[in-house]
Design a protein around this ligand. Sequence first.
Ligand code: MTE
Ligand code: MO
Length: 476
Amino acid sequence: TPERRKIRLAEVQKHGRDAETKWVTRGARVYDITDWIPGHPGGEVILRAVGGPVDQYWSIFTVHMKQEVYDILESYYIGDIDPGDLVDGQVPVEDLHDPFENDPRRDKRLHVHTSRPCNAETPTEGLGAFVTPNDIFYVRNHMWVPSTSESDHKIVVELPNGEEKEYSLKDLKDNFESTTVTATLQCSGNRRKNMTQESRSTKGLQWNVGGISTSEWTGVRLRDVLADAGFPVDEYPDEVRHAQFMGAEAYGASIPIDKAVDRRGDVLLAYEMNGKPLPPDHGYPLRVLVPGTVAARSVKWVNRIILSEDESSSQWQQRDYKCFGPNVGGNPDWGTAPAIQEMPVQSAITSLRDLSPHSQADRKYLRLYGLEEDSVAVEGYSFSGGGRRIVRVDVSADNGRTWHQAELLSDKGKGAKAWAWTRWRWVVPRQQAGRWFVVKAVDEAYNTQPSDYDSNYNFRGHLTSSWHRVGYRPPD
Ligand code: MTE
Ligand code: MO
C-alpha cells in the first residue's frame, strides 16, 4: 500500500471557507470536500466546519452518523493528520471550534428542552401576559446563534433576473418608513407533548403549551424593500411565486410571494422586539416577521432574500414542516405534502387557580363575576392562522359534556389583521368543577379544533390543535 500522505493541522486550517479547495477532518483523517459542497443536502452550513474537524458538528446534526454518509466522506479522503499534531490520537481540544461559542446567556425561567442548540418554552407567567417579555419569549434554534453585528450586517435581495441589491441595517432604518405590528409566533410543534400523551409517540421536541409567544415587532415592510430593489410588487409575473429567506447560520425557508408583498400582510424585516433591539436568540440584528404564518418562516439573522419560481430548497421547507395522515410514518414521500404556512385555530389552558371568598384578593375578583363561593379561575390563549380573528372560546369543567363561553380579553394589537393571540378567562364555582377542564376556540371562518388526538395524529406531531384538557383536583 502506498504511503499515506501526512498533513499538518496548520495546513488543514488554510483550507477554510475562503480557500479555493476546502478541507475537513474527521477523527484523524483529512478530506477535500470541495466537490461535495454544492450537492450537500444541508446546504452551505458545512462551510462552517471547513478548515477543521466536522466531528462536533456531526454530533449536533446526527443525521450524519450513519454509514452511507461516512462512505460519501471517504470518497474525498486525501490523507491523515500528522501524528505529531495529535494528542492521544485526537485533534487537541483547543483546536476544536465550539459551534455554540456565540450563544447568549438565557433567562433561568425558560423551560429548556435542549441547550445546544437552544430550545426553550415560555413559562406560565409569560403565557399570561398579552405581550411576552423578551427574555422569556420562547426560543427555537436549529443551530447556533451566529455572530452578527448591527454595523456589519447586510441583507441582499436577489431579483428573479439574478440582479442583486444590498442594504445595510442603516439603509433600512434611514430610507424606509418603520412600522410596528403585534404578532404571535407559534412553532408548529407547539403542544406536541399533548399529542404524544393523548395519542402515541411523535418525533421532535416535546413542547407543552409554551412554544408560542407574542411581541410588538418593529421594522420595515418587506414589500417596500422589494419595491425599492426593483421588484414590481403590484404586477409581478406569474412565474415569481416564492420569497426565500436565508439566515446567517444556514437556516432557510420561504413564503408565497403573495404574502410577501400583500399590503395587509404586514410582513416585516424586523429589528426591534418590544421597543428593544432583537435579542441574539431572536435574530439580532434582523429577522423576517411573517404574521399569521407558522413561525418557521420568520427567518432569524436574515441576510439574503431570493425571489424565485421555487420554494426554499432547505430541509425545513422541503421536509420537516409538513403534515401527513395518521397512518403515515417513518420516511414519507415528502414531496406529496405542502409546506406548512398558515396554522389552524388553536387554544390552550395556561392556568387553573382556586379562588376562595375567605381571601380578600380572591373575594374582589369573585365579585366581578357575581360569585361568592369557592371557585376556579381558568385562563389561557386562543389564536388562529392567517390573521383570522378568534370569535368564541368554549370551555368545559366536565370534560366536554357541558360548555360555557369564556370571556375574551380585549387586548388591542397593532397591524392590519388579528396577528396576535386572544387571551381568555373563565371563573366557575368549584361545585361545577369535575376532573377535567377543556377548551376549544372558534375563528372568524368558523373553523374549530378537533376533539380527539388520534384523528389528528401525524408522526412528527405538527399542528397539534386538539381540545386542550387539563386535570383538576380541588384543594383538601
Ligand atoms: N431562523 C433561523 N435563522 N434559524 C432557526 O433555527 N427557527 C425557526 C424560526 N426562524 C429558526 C429561524 C423556527 S422553527 C421557529 S419556531 C422560530 O424561528 C422561533 O423563533 P424564536 O426563537 O424567536 O421564538
Ligand atoms: Mo418552529
